[in-house]
Design a protein around this ligand. Structure first.
Ligand SMILES: Nc1nc2c(ncn2[C@@H]2O[C@H](COP(=O)(O)OP(=O)(O)OP(=O)(O)O)[C@@H](O)[C@H]2O)c(=O)[nH]1
Ligand SMILES: [Mg+2]
Length: 469
């Protein structure tokens, strides 16, 4: 066992060792156009006994014995330069930082100082990094890489190189392990997923409540509207029928009296049909608009009993009428008789007889006409009674029909609510289950982390203490 591994094994022999392959090579790396290839070439030339590689030449999982990190002398390192160094030197403790192209940038020393301060601030380990200036491929003159070569040679010759590199790899491994445990607790996007789930759950419940109340409001308002409109329709049709029948009565002759009741019956049946038809149409429209079954009419509108036109007794009136008509006829007869007696005494007898005949005729006419008018008035009242009865019956029927439709819609709404409730229950249960699963996973990961982190931290402290020595 390598000495460095022993440090960790003392704390916990089960901690997994670094999974890297250490290669006895020098890695030259740096940001874009920093002068990396130039430095690598110069080092190959000056140190033929060593293998000098650039980053692409190293396979994943391989770590070099030493890292030469090249930065440009143009300007201090950027955040991405530092991040690159973190990656290439993760498993290697020996790092030499080079400010390149110092032949053209006179202020390279300032840049070097700034870079050194920057790195020292970034991580304690970088405080010990050796900084040198170099011009591996100068425009004029020979390469200036002596300091670099000297520093690198010394580093590679150091006895503790292997051990320190191993310890650094251990540190990287332990930090990575720690981070992985933290990540497991957080879960990949778990918080975001939980937020989505909670939102989804609240939205489902909200939508269900909203749909339910909207549906019942819609049913209530449509039913209300149907009630008002259909009653009004029934009333209007009855009024129209009454007007038409009254007009008929106003001009009816005595001969037509017999068939009048039949006419009223037909008219009442027609009104009843119209109201039923209108109700069926309106309620079907309501059902279609709500997307719910309204249910057919349980019973059709009642046939209003019209009966027969009243057979009136008018004995007292008839007697009075006869009396008045007779008086009137008598008056006419006397007047005519007197007229003839005065104007043509020789025609007095004939005039008297003629006057009596005319008086009788007038009597009969007056009595007949008065009787007809009276009968029409009676018929008119009867029509009003019949239509009033019809209207009451139609209004009652409409009210009952709308009530039945309301009950049927109510049942349909309740059924649909129940179905949607069941569907929603299922999806809410699914969401709850997923939320619980996330909670359990987190709890499990948390338990694992709580168990392992103290060990990892102890090992990390030991490794760092060894490195600091
Ligand atoms: N003046 C001067 N120019 C240099 C020096 N080193 C490299 N250059 C020039 O800088 C440019 C980049 O040099 P490279 O060594 O190819 O740099 P690199 O980092 O490998 O570049 P990429 O691989 O393209 O990222 C080239 O034009 C070199 O001629 C130097 O020390 N002095
Ligand atoms: Mg290059």
């Amino acid at each position: 066992m390598i000495d460095a591994d022993h440090v960790v094994a003392q704390i916990d022999p089960d901690l997994p060792p670094p999974s890297i392959l250490r290669r006895d090579v020098v890695l030259v790396a740096g940001p874009w156009l920093a002068g990396t290839s130039g430095v690598a070439a110069a080092l190959r030339h000056r140190l033929p006994g060593h293998t000098v590689l650039e980053a692409p030449d190293l396979a994943a999982g391989e770590a070099p014995a030493a890292v030469v990190f090249v930065v440009s002398a143009t300007a201090p390192m950027t955040e991405s330069d530092c991040a690159l160094l973190d990656v290439v030197a993760a498993d290697t403790d020996a790092v030499i930082a080079v400010v390149a192209k110092i032949d053209v940038y006179r202020t390279w020393r300032d840049v070097l100082d700034a870079d050194r301060a920057l790195l020292a601030q970034r991580a304690p380990r970088y405080g010990a990094v050796i900084w040198v200036g170099a011009a591996a491929a100068p425009d004029i003159g020979a390469p200036v890489v002596d300091d670099l070569v000297a520093a690198l040679t010394a580093t590679l010759a150091c006895d503790s190189l292997e051990r320190r590199n191993r310890l650094r790899a251990w540190e990287n491994r332990l930090v990575g392990g720690h981070r992985r445990l933290d990540r497991d607790v957080e879960g990949a996007g778990r918080e975001a997923r939980l937020t989505v789930l909670r939102d989804e759950r609240a939205e489902q419940l909200r939508r269900l409540r909203l749909d339910k109340s909207q549906r019942s409001i819609a049913v209530r308002s449509q039913i209300q509207q149907a009630r008002v409109q259909l009653s009004s329709f029934a009333r209007t049709r009855c009024a129209a029928a009454r007007t038409a029948l009254q007009e008929d009565v106003a001009t009816i002759s005595r001969r037509e009296f017999g068939g009048f009741a039949e006419r009223v019956r037909r008219r009442a049946a027609q009104v009843s049909d119209e109201v039923q038809e209108a109700a069926a149409r309106h309620l079907a429209d309501v059902g279609e608009e709500l997307g719910l079954p309204v249910g057919a009419a349980a019973e059709s509108a009642p046939v209003v009993e019209v009966g027969t036109a009243p057979r009136w007794s008018r004995s007292a009136e008839t007697r009075l009428m006869v009396l008045l008509g007779a008086g009137f006829g008598l008056g006419v007869a006397l007047t005519l008789g007197r007229l003839f007696a005065d104007l043509a005494p020789q025609w007095a007898l004939a005039g008297g007889i003629g006057g009596a005949a005319v008086g009788l005729a007038v009597t009969l006419w007056v009595v007949g006409l008065r009787g007809l008018l009276h009968d029409r008035a009676v018929l008119d009242r009867w029509v009003v009674d019949v239509v009033t009865g019809l209207r009451t019956a139609m209004e009652e029927w409409v009210a009952t029909r709308v009530l039945a439709a309301e009950a049927s819609l109510g049942r349909a709404v309740a059924e649909r609510d129940a179905v949607e409730h069941a569907g929603m229950d299922e999806s809410v249960t699914r969401i709850d289950r997923e939320i619980r699963e996330h909670g359990m996973q987190r709890a499990r990961a948390s338990a694992v982390r709580d168990r392992q982190v103290p060990v990892i931290e102890r090992a990390l402290r030991a490794v760092r203490a060894e490195l600091d020595r």
